[in-house]
Design a protein around this ligand. Structure first.
Ligand code: AHG
Ligand code: MN
Ligand code: MN
Ligand code: MN
Length: 335
């Protein structure tokens, strides 16, 4: 049972009891992620003081202009995981292809791969709005000790062993799950320690916040347009409140605490939406389900989608169970 004010270090050790006979590899991996998160947090906090704001000058495989902090965070997480030889492979939103980690002696025996969005909401850095990091952990499916292959990364979300996010906000939090509920830890920057501040986080079953980039309304499918109109109608507890930060991590974090739905649907411009199944949707879906919420592409469970490409995109509806179900109802009706 999580204890209030427990440190993340203590919690990780206790959490290991869920995995009898485990080697402690997953615990060491989460330890590495919390370390890299502290380093990135330190850098994000200096934005505005040192030259880390603005464009890096290159375009990533997603066709997006990379920001300096996208590149910094990507390098920091990859370096930490590589130097500590704690995983056998990494895939990132910022890298064209996955990375094989062979180990210093070429004998890497680790069984986990990490997939990540090193900096989510990077367009918000320049304006001092919260950004995040998302991670997703799977057991490899190819034989241990051999170089990882694409199929180790192209697993459905329901095979995730752990997932989490870091939110660099008014305070910095690390929120994660290993399949036994969701717990949130707040960084005490003076001590450099994470403390359990949000034990057993749960999405309210229903909510009153809808989060979507409504500027794209004209391009949305009819079901989404109808659902937005439903949110705006005056009836019962409606109209709902609209809140959209443009950092998915922050939008979903708020909705998890207050109750709400986050949507990034497909549009007439973008046939699969924008968000990436492997780095963004699957980990947020795992956390959401573990917190009692629901995550779908409008028609089916996100975590049951069989990925075919590393950078695959997917429409995303995620949040309080009743709200997602209602949105799905509108989607089905408009088909
Ligand atoms: P990233 O910064 O990792 O590329 O992700 C940005 C994502 C997500 O955080 C956010 O919800 C969404 O893009 C915002 O997109 P729009 O500006 O199209 O609304
Ligand atoms: Mn990006
Ligand atoms: Mn992102
Ligand atoms: Mn990103």
């Amino acid at each position: 049972m999580p204890k209030p004010n427990q440190t993340l270090g203590e919690f990780i050790i206790e959490n290991q009891a869920h995995f009898p006979g485990s080697s402690g590899e997953l615990s060491r991996l989460i330890n590495s992620l919390r370390l890299a998160a502290k380093v990135v947090n330190h850098e994000v906090n200096k934005a505005g003081l040192v030259d880390i704001i603005g464009a890096y000058g290159e375009t990533n495989v997603q066709g997006e202009d990379q920001q300096k902090l996208d590149v910094y965070a990507n390098n920091k997480f990859i370096q930490t995981l590589t130097n500590r030889e704690i995983v056998c492979g990494i895939a990132s939103e910022e890298n064209d292809d996955f990375i094989q980690i062979k180990g210093h002696k070429g004998d890497n025996q680790n069984k986990y791969v990490v997939l990540m969005d090193p900096l989510d909401g990077s367009s918000n850095i320049d304006v001092n709005v919260s950004v995040g990091t998302i991670f997703s952990i799977y057991k490899r499916v190819t034989p241990m000790g051999t170089p990882v292959q694409k199929e180790d990364f192209l697993q459905p979300g329901n095979k995730q062993v752990a997932a989490g996010y870091i939110i660099y906000g008014t305070s910095t939090m690390l929120v994660y799950t290993t399949g036994f509920g969701v717990n949130g830890f707040t960084l005490n920057p003076a001590l450099g320690s994470w403390y359990l501040s949000h034990p057993d986080m749960k999405f309210p079953e229903d909510g009153r916040i809808y989060s979507i980039n409504e500027g794209n309304y004209i391009h949305f499918p009819q079901g989404v347009k109808d659902y937005i109109k439903y949110c705006q109608e005056e009836e019962g507890d409606r109209p709902y409140t609209s809140r959209y930060i443009g950092s998915m991590v922050s939008d979903i974090h708020r909705n998890m605490i207050k109750g709400g739905i986050f949507m990034y649907p497909k549009s007439s411009k973008n046939s699969s939406g924008k968000l990436r199944l492997l780095y963004e949707c699957n980990p947020m879906a795992f956390l959401t389900e573990q917190a009692g919420g629901k995550a779908s592409d409008g028609f089916q469970r996100i975590m049951d989608i069989l990925p075919t490409e590393l950078h695959q995109r997917v429409p995303f509806f995620c949040g309080s169970k009743k709200m997602v179900e209602k949105a799905e109802e509108f989607m089905a009706r408009a088909e």
